[in-house]
Design a protein around this ligand. Structure first.
Ligand code: HSE
Length: 437
């Protein structure tokens, strides 16, 4: 049967991995797809690298715009990244009737609604398994494997760089800044790690998963995002003493009045499987009403793990290429005209448990004042830890875990606690999730 011709935009790490895996496993992939899938054209600014990798087996150009218009190309694989040129190329590929496979989470989290609508109009597919959690087939699982369920919530470690940093901070008791430097030296963290450490990359991925889980348009601008740059080693230690680990989680939860969509450092019970996901690994925990908890674990980045997801999409697109567009799997799991306008809730409306740490005078009545403020705000205390003061020290750290409370009430209580003469500086707040149903 006629091969599916693929045009590859970008033959860097993931593009190179895609070329390698597609070549190595060609025979098995063809048996699965029903016809050969061949990268026949590559566009890259580095022509020499592209020529070396492809060894004359594909045409090589530095004109990506010519490639997406080439009538011989059936599927465009976009691995350039970013919001601007990548968007123009994806839109042009769609306009030219090509299916698109992309790993570009930023592009889809911000412009996904426009891109999916254009694809719908043109009757082409935009597949993006590689955009979320690299090699883990989480899009497939959420969109197809769990389609019987009303998905209640999901929580994922979906950024390997920050998980590596948090694992190192815990293992070695080091400060964030020192581990970041080490991560950069080892090549785990980018030279500009902003998107990773500020939680933006995780929020892109959480946005996409939330849309597929609940059938809502992509709404990255409504996500609450807090990274790990302010996290202190002592909080990791105190959390550990209370039986918790701190992970950067992307969380999406269905509530009666809307959807919670948030990324922030989170205390989770150390006994949960997901709490033991270490280093640069990723994992996503999904709760569906029929299936209960399901957990997906694997490599969230890297050449061949991400290529694994890109090629799975190529196989899917090849299989469904001749199907009536109405009968394909919808981009966001729900039929395009069946998306709901369930709002993304502002962070003040979020309900979760909290870890609160404060530095307070070590004298009678201080704890009573603090707990009175929490009681007045109807915030119930779950656990309490007070560090033994050092010899001659007049202040101590008080750590409180609360039961589930509304963020707005916790903000007010924190302000009242900070106003006490006996409490010094700001209260450190980290959200806590039990992840148990
Ligand atoms: N920079 C991401 C991470 C991988 O550290 O997990 C690509 O999404």
């Amino acid at each position: 049967m006629k091969p599916m011709n693929v045009g590859l935009l970008g033959i860097g790490t993931v593009g190179g991995g895609t070329w390698t895996v597609l070549t190595r496993n060609q025979e098995e992939i063809t048996r699965r797809a029903g016809r050969p899938i061949c990268i026949t054209a590559v566009a890259d600014r580095d022509l020499e690298r592209a020529r070396q990798l492809t060894g004359g087996q594909a045409t090589v150009t530095d004109d990506a715009f010519a490639l997406v218009k080439d009538p011989a190309i059936d599927i465009v694989v976009e691995l350039i990244g970013g919001y601007t040129t990548a968007k123009d190329l994806v839109m042009m590929a769609i306009e030219n009737g090509k299916h698109v496979v992309t790993a570009n989470k930023a592009l889809l989290a911000v412009h996904g609604n426009e891109i999916f609508a254009a694809a719908q109009r043109k009757g082409v597919m935009v597949a993006f398994e590689a955009a979320v959690a690299g090699g883990i087939p989480i899009i497939k699982a959420l969109r197809e494997g769990l389609s019987a369920n009303r998905i209640q919530w999901l929580a994922g470690i979906i950024n390997g760089t920050t998980n590596f940093i948090l694992s190192e901070m815990r293992d070695k008791g080091l400060a964030f800044a020192d581990v970041l430097k080490e991560a950069q030296r080892l090549g785990y963290a980018e030279a500009d790690p902003t998107f990773d450490i500020e939680g933006i990359d995780a929020a892109h991925k959480a946005t996409l998963m939330a849309s597929i889980a609940f059938g809502i348009p992509v709404q990255f601008d409504k996500a609450y995002i807090e990274g790990i740059t302010q996290l202190q080693a002592m909080d990791i230690r105190y959390a550990e003493q209370l039986g918790y680990r701190i992970k950067l989680l992307g969380i999406a939860k269905r509530k009666i009045n809307g959807v919670e969509l948030r990324v922030h450092p989170t205390l989770i019970p150390a006994k949960r499987l997901i709490a033991n996901v270490e280093g640069a690994m990723n994992a996503v925990l999904v709760w569906g009403d029929a299936v209960g908890a399901t957990l997906y674990y694997g490599k969230g980045a890297g050449a061949e793990p991400t290529a694994s997801a890109v090629i799975a999409d190529l196989v899917d697109v090849t299989r469904l290429h001749t199907a009536d567009p109405q009968n394909r799997v919808p981009h966001l799991a729900f039929q395009a005209d069946q998306l709901t306008d369930l709002p993304v809730l502002p962070i003040e409306e979020v309900e979760t448990a909290y870890y609160l740490r404060m530095r307070a005078a070590d004298k009678p009545g201080v704890l009573a004042d603090i707990t009175r403020i929490l009681a007045d705000s109807a915030i119930s205390i779950d656990a309490l830890l007070q560090r033994e003061p050092e010899e001659g020290e007049e202040q101590t750290d008080i750590v409180l875990l609360t039961h589930v409370a509304r963020e707005k009430a916790v903000n007010a209580a924190m302000a009242a606690i900070e106003a006490l003469d006996t409490v010094h500086g700001k209260v450190t707040r980290i959200r806590l999730e039990e992840l148990n149903g």
